[in-house]
Design a protein around this ligand. Structure first.
Ligand code: SF4
Length: 354
């Protein structure tokens, strides 16, 4: 990950479960966002983008119009064209730079790609979730891993930037299988990935399995640990992880639609804190606090929240092992924000990129 790379401003258009052939076992977009499944018209979409671009979002860099929350290419072709035309009008007028959307791997074929060719689509995200065929089947995805490989290759051939979304803690998937999926996705060399922990949403099939006792969600601790391994797996191959954890929303935060599972509004921060915390403990073990007095821990000022951890969790881990006063944290703007210096030894919590 290179935190300094500029990210585009995304004007989001939410199309909840539009074009979905059926509900995947874990999914309930209404529960995630608190918004209804009402299908916005092209006119609604134009108004929504207009408002986003006018109010509160002054253009400072590239702007992308993004269709999310459904299976974009699973919609009726006339609907696809009308939505893309609305977005393309903003690009033609110089108010946006490109279009992106998320879709299922099994919607990518010559016909659907020909349909979108006239429009300024630059980025396509595939909801993959797992590369394990048994897990895909059990979660009612309706496609297999081969469909993902085919879709990724077709998108590359046409020159689109490729994003892949995966989940941890799916029904029927153990952590080892999740890491195998991660390696399989990395082998497709996506431009970026998103990692989502599976949560139990009211109204989903998973909720029924949870109530029946046939599904147990990961604990937050387990999900953070697994997401950490995946993050490092992708990061070390130079693949950006642009999101970890569900976007927080009032309905998720209130917990009304969330039955169980490792939801946390700052999930990504927890993962980065774990990466720093584990490196810190490793560095301290070598520096032997106590024997030599407080060990100096240097870190870039922007990385201090990750070093300390959520609610000072990492500091508490250190204190539990070595007692209070075992380390002295010093902000050092001369350091790379991914690095850590413990007792004079430079540590690279994220390892070295390929
Ligand atoms: S996970 Fe994606 S494809 Fe499955 S129901 Fe939800 S929005 Fe549709």
């Amino acid at each position: 990950m290179n935190a300094s790379r500029p990210r585009p401003l995304v004007a989001p258009v939410f199309l909840p479960q539009s074009g979905c052939p059926h509900g995947c076992a874990f999914c309930n977009q209404t529960a995630i966002t608190g918004r209804s499944l009402r299908r916005p018209s092209a006119r609604d979409v134009r108004r929504e983008i207009q408002q986003f671009l006018v109010f509160g979002h002054r253009r400072r860099g590239p702007v992308q119009i993004a269709f999310y929350g459904g299976n974009f290419l699973g919609q009726d072709p006339a609907r696809i064209v009308s939505l893309l035309q609305v977005a393309a009008d903003f690009v033609d007028a110089g108010r946006a730079d490109g279009i992106r959307f998320s879709t299922r791997p099994d919607t990518i074929d010559t016909r659907s790609l020909d349909l979108i060719t006239p429009f300024p689509v630059t980025v396509i995200e595939l909801g993959v979730q797992s590369m394990n065929n048994e897990v895909l089947r059990r979660n009612r995805r309706g496609h297999d891993a081969e469909a993902v490989r085919r879709a990724a290759a077709a998108l590359r051939d046409r020159g689109y930037r490729l994003g892949l979304q995966m989940m941890v803690g799916l029904a029927g998937e153990n952590p080892e299988a999740t890491l195998v999926s991660g390696h399989a996705l990395a082998a497709l060399a996506p431009d970026f990935v998103r990692i989502y922990p599976t949560v139990v949403l009211r109204g989903s099939l998973l909720a029924r399995w949870y109530r029946e006792g046939s599904y147990r969600p990961l604990s937050l601790e387990e999900a953070v640990g697994l997401a950490k391994k995946l993050y490092l797996l992708f990061d070390r191959r130079g693949i950006r992880v642009v999101r970890m954890g569900l976007q927080s929303s009032p309905s998720l935060d209130a917990g009304t639609n969330l039955l169980a599972g490792p939801y946390h509004p700052a999930f990504g921060h927890l993962v980065h804190s774990r990466i720093f915390g584990d490196a810190l403990l490793e560095g301290l073990a070598a520096a032997r606090p106590g024997a030599m007095g407080a060990v100096e821990v240097r870190v870039h000022p922007a990385a201090i929240p990750r070093l300390r951890g959520m609610h000072n969790d990492n500091v508490r881990r250190v204190e539990a092992r070595y007692g209070r006063g075992a380390m002295r944290i010093i902000a050092d703007a001369g350091l790379d924000r991914r690095d850590l210096v413990v007792g004079g030894r430079v540590l690279r919590p994220y390892g070295d990129q390929a």
